[in-house]
Ligand binder design. Structure first.
Ligand SMILES: Cc1cc2nc3c(=O)[nH]c(=O)nc-3n(C[C@H](O)[C@H](O)[C@H](O)COP(=O)(O)OP(=O)(O)OC[C@H]3O[C@@H](n4cnc5c(N)ncnc54)[C@H](O)[C@@H]3O)c2cc1C
Length: 301
């Protein structure tokens, strides 16, 4: 369980004290506010605060005084137009702040997204918990033989057991030494900022992460994608569900144009046109490399 009873009580208290506001409120997001959504074995993601809704995007695009246009269908159409034409600044008018608990090796991928504001739990100041990410058996995969940056079939039998045992015992031993180095029983005790260097990359950390909707969509486009590493993808997928409830029109446009859509090069577009005219195009006649052709075939099915 990632939350202590005290943490759960704080969340319950926050949810039990609603306040009236004149600001834009998204009913879908209100349902998520403060509640942690469990991810991996000890992680979570939860919304701490947000600003704006679908109407805020429309309002900003029109630089208007009111809340969007008079007709819901106009709002949806405008949001789709903005997304389709990469008119991105109206999406930056919506903001969201998450509290995330995640393994350090996932945090290293996540932090590469520079267009966010971050404050991480200080392991100089505090002692980290004995919590390590240990993959579930169905996430314990072998190295892919075709993709150096990917995984293949799930490990099974004795090999799976041996790997799991190594992951658990190494993490446990490293934490035992961390505690022993910090201890002040009969010794001075090593500084927390130094003792932490002994901990493996699957130890959990936490941060507050704030970004705007445009940059969040960019993050989700890359990290909720099937090619993203599973351990960060599950966080991105959890966030997708929250964003769907927060800004339904914007999320639907994002799903349609970004997640579900594809960008074609000039050569690829030329091939599509030739195919539509009935020509049989192959990799050799396409002008594309083998890798490009493989990806092109993946797009057009
Ligand atoms: C599948 C996958 C594999 C990856 N593999 C590797 C890897 O092997 N090694 C590795 O190092 N990284 C890797 N990355 C990380 C990747 O290179 C990016 O750093 C990461 O996805 C963040 O993207 P971003 O820079 O677009 O996002 P953000 O930092 O959020 O930036 C958003 C956009 O803002 C603009 N921007 C932000 N900062 C600057 C700046 N300083 N200068 C100019 N423009 C800026 C850019 O247009 C950028 O696209 C991988 C990412 C993915 C999704």
């Amino acid at each position: 369980m990632p939350l202590t009873p005290e943490q759960q009580a704080e969340i319950d208290a926050q949810r039990a004290a609603p306040r009236q506001t004149l600001r834009a409120v998204s009913e879908g997001m209100e349902a998520h506010l403060y509640r942690p959504r469990e991810v991996l074995d000890h992680g979570f993601v939860r919304v701490i605060d947000y600003m704006g809704d679908d109407s805020a995007i429309v309002q900003a695009a029109r630089v208007s005084y009111g809340a969007g246009t008079k007709h819901v269908s106009n709002d949806e159409g405008l949001i789709r137009y903005l997304m389709r034409h990469w008119h991105s600044t109206p999406f930056e008018m919506c903001e969201v702040k998450f509290h995330v608990k995640l393994p350090v090796f996932v945090a290293r991928q996540w932090i590469r997204h520079r267009t966010a504001n971050v404050n991480e739990y200080s392991a100089r100041y505090s002692i980290l918990d004995r919590e390590f990410y240990i993959p579930a058996p169905d996430a314990l995969a072998a190295q892919s033989t075709t993709n150096n940056q990917g995984r293949g079939a799930v490990l099974e039998g004795a090999e799976a057991e041996r790997v799991l045992e190594m992951l658990k015992s190494d993490a446990g031993r490293a934490y035992d030494h961390y505690e022993a180095m910090l201890s002040q029983d009969g010794q001075q005790g090593l500084a927390r900022e130094l003792a932490r260097m002994n901990l493996p990359a699957n130890v959990y950390t936490q941060w507050y992460w704030k970004t705007d909707l445009h940059n969040l969509f960019h993050f989700l486009r890359l990290r909720a994608d099937a090619h993203a590493q599973y351990e960060i993808r599950v966080y991105a997928e959890a966030i997708c569900e929250m964003v769907r409830d927060w800004v339904p029109f914007a999320y639907a446009a994002f799903e349609d144009y970004r997640m579900g859509g594809a960008t074609l090069s000039a050569k690829a577009l030329d091939c599509v046109r030739r195919m539509l005219k009935g020509e049989e195009v192959t990799q050799e006649t396409s002008g594309m490399s083998k890798g490009e052709w493989r990806e092109f075939e993946g797009v057009i099915g």
